[in-house]
Design a binder for this molecule. Structure first.
Ligand code: TGC
Ligand code: FAD
Length: 389
C-alpha cells in the first residue's frame, strides 16, 4: 500500500507547529498500520476492534487535552483535532470510540466531577483500562434533550434512577456511564457503574452505519446511585450541552479524515481506470468532482485550524462549533457519495473504503446534533430569534 501523505493543497502545514505535525504524523502512521488493514473485516462482521483500545491509550489518544497529572498528554486543541482527523481517516467508528471516551466521559468528569471522581476515573480512562459512555438521548427525546424523562429521586445516601437512554455509543462495553437525568425538573449528571443492580445496556443490532462501533440502549430500573456518584458542579441542561461542544469540535475535524480517505481513493481509481480512450480522470466531469472535493477539503481544513486556535485562546463560541460540524459533515457525506460514483460498481465493494465512509457519515451527520439543529443554532445566533419550537 502507498504511504498516505495527506491532502494539503494550500501548504496548510505552515499553519501548524512542529509538535502538531509530529502528533498528526504519528497517528497517521498508526491508522495506516493498525486500522486500515483490519477495519473492513470488523465493519463486515459488525464488531468493534477492542484490541485497538490499549494501542490508542499507549499513544495518549484518550483525554488528550487534559492535565498530565491524570496521565493525559496535555495536547493543545489543534493537536486534538488532528488526532480525530487521522482516526476518522481510518474509520468513523474508531474515532467515535475515542470521541466518547475523551469528550463525553473524561471531559465531564474533569469539568463537573469531584476531586475523588477525577482522581479515580481519569487515570483509568486515559489508560483505556476503563471504558465510558454518555447517555443523553432517549427514545422520545433526540434533538430536544431538554424534554428527557429519565428521573432521579433523592433517597438516604444517594439517588434512585429510572428511565432509558438510546443510541449510546460504547454503552454495552462501558464500565461507567455518564447519565443525564432530571431531579425536581433540573438536569443532573450521574456516574452509573457497570454491574449496578437494575442497570443494563443491551447492544442495538441491525445498523447499516458505524458497524465497527458499539451502540446500545441504557435501561435503569430503580437503580441506586450512591451520593459519591453525582456530579457536584453541574448547571442544568447547559452542562451536557457543554460536553457536546467538545465532541462536535472533534467531529468537525474527524470528518476531514473521511473526506481525505474518499478523495484519495477516488483520485487513485480515476487515474487507473480506463474507459473509452483514456483514464476516467481525464474526463472533464470527473475532474469537476475531484476539484470540488479538494476545494471543500481545503476550506474545511482552514475552518478547523482557526476553530482550534479560537478554542486554545478561550474565545470559541458554541455556535462557531455548530457551523463547522454542520458544514463539514454535510460536505464529507457529499464527497463520500460522489467518490462512490467515480468508482462506479467497484465503489460498492469493501475493497475500497468509500461506501463504508458514506454509510458511517450518515450517522455522523445525525449524531451530536442533526444538520437541521445546527442550522437553527446558527440561525438563532444571527437573528436573535429561536426557531426550534
Ligand atoms: P437552550 O435553552 O437553548 O439551552 C440551555 C442552556 O444551555 C446553553 N447552551 C449551550 N451551552 C454550551 N454549549 C452549547 N452547545 C449550548 N447550547 C445551548 C444555553 O445558552 C442555555 O444556557 P442558560 O445559561 O441560558 O441556561 O436549550 P434547548 O432545550 O432549547 O436546546 C436547544 C438545542 C436544540 C440547541 C439543544 O438541545 C441541542 O443541541 N440539540 C441537539 C441534541 C444533540 O446534539 N444531542 C447529542 C447527543 S450525544 C451524541 O450524539 C453522541 S455521538 C457519540 C459519538 O461520537 O459516537
Ligand atoms: P429526531 O430528534 O427525532 O429528529 C428526526 C428528524 O427531525 C431530524 O432530521 C431532525 O433534524 C428533524 N427535526 C427535529 N426537530 C426539528 C425542528 N425543530 N426543526 C426542523 N427539523 C427538526 N446520543 C447520546 O446521548 N450518546 C451517544 O453516545 C450517542 N451515540 C449515537 C451513535 C449513533 C450511531 C447514532 C445514530 C446516534 C447516537 N446518539 C447518541 C443519538 C444522537 O445524538 C441522536 O440520534 C440525534 O441527536 C438526533 O436525535 P433523533 O435520532 O432522535 O432524531
Amino acid at each position: 500500500m502507498n504511504k498516505f501523505s495527506g491532502v494539503d493543497y494550500f501548504n496548510l502545514d505552515t499553519l501548524l507547529t512542529e509538535d502538531e505535525i509530529m502528533v498528526r504524523d504519528a497517528v497517521r502512521d498508526f491508522v495506516s498500520g493498525e486500522i486500515i488493514p483490519i477495519i473492513e473485516e470488523y465493519n463486515r462482521e459488525g464488531k468493534f476492534p477492542h484490541f485497538l483500545i490499549s494501542k490508542m491509550a499507549e499513544m495518549s489518544l484518550f483525554g488528550p487535552t487534559l492535565p498530565a497529572k491524570y496521565g493525559c498528554a496535555e495536547m493543545n486543541n489543534v493537536q486534538y483535532g488532528l488526532v480525530m482527523q487521522e482516526l476518522e481517516r481510518g474509520d468513523s467508528g474508531v474515532r467515535s470510540f475515542a470521541s466518547v471516551q475523551s469528550a463525553l466521559v473524561m471531559y465531564p468528569i474533569f469539568t463537573f466531577g469531584s476531586e475523588e471522581q477525577k482522581d479515580y476515573w481519569l487515570p483509568l480512562l486515559a489508560k483505556g483500562e476503563k471504558i465510558g459512555c454518555f447517555g443523553l438521548t432517549e427514545p422520545d427525546y433526540g434533538s430536544n434533550p431538554g424534554g428527557m424523562v429519565t428521573k432521579a429521586e433523592k433517597v438516604d445516601g444517594g439517588y434512585i434512577l429510572n428511565g432509558a437512554k438510546m443510541w449510546i455509543t460504547n454503552g454495552t462495553i462501558a464500565d461507567v456511564a455518564v447519565v443525564w437525568a432530571k431531579m425536581d425538573g433540573v438536569v443532573h449528571g450521574f456516574l452509573v457503574e457497570k454491574g449496578t443492580k437494575g442497570y443494563s445496556a443491551p447492544e442495538m443490532k441491525g445498523k447499516h452505519s458505524l458497524r465497527a462501533s458499539v451502540t446500545s440502549e441504557l435501561i435503569f430500573e430503580d437503580v441506586f446511585i450512591p451520593e459519591t456518584n453525582i456530579f457536584p458542579n453541574t448547571s442544568g441542561l447547559r452542562s451536557p450541552l457543554m460536553c457536546l461542544n467538545q465532541a462536535r469540535y472533534g467531529i468537525a475535524w474527524g470528518v476531514v479524515g473521511s473526506m481525505m480517505a474518499c478523495y484519495d481513493s477516488a483520485l487513485n481509481y480515476a487515474l487507473s481506470r480506463k474507459q473509452f480512450s483514456r483514464p476516467i480522470a481525464g474526463y472533464q466531469m470527473t475532474q469537476e468532482k475531484l476539484v470540488y472535493f479538494l476545494t471543500e477539503i481545503t476550506k474545511a481544513q482552514l475552518m478547523n485550524v482557526q476553530l482550534g486556535r479560537l478554542k486554545d485562546s478561550g474565545k470559541l463560541r458554541f455556535q462557531q462549533v455548530s457551523m463547522a460540524k454542520r458544514n463539514n459533515c454535510e460536505i464529507a457525506l457529499d464527497i463520500a457519495r460522489e467518490s462512490r460514483e467515480i468508482l462506479g460498481a467497484n465503489g460498492i465493494l469493501d475493497e475500497y473504503p468509500v461506501m463504508r465512509h458514506a454509510a458511517n457519515l450518515e450517522s455522523v451527520k445525525t449524531y451530536e446534533g442533526t444538520h437541521e439543529m445546527h442550522t437553527l443554532i446558527i440561525g438563532e445566533d444571527i437573528t436573535g430569534l429561536p426557531a426550534f419550537d
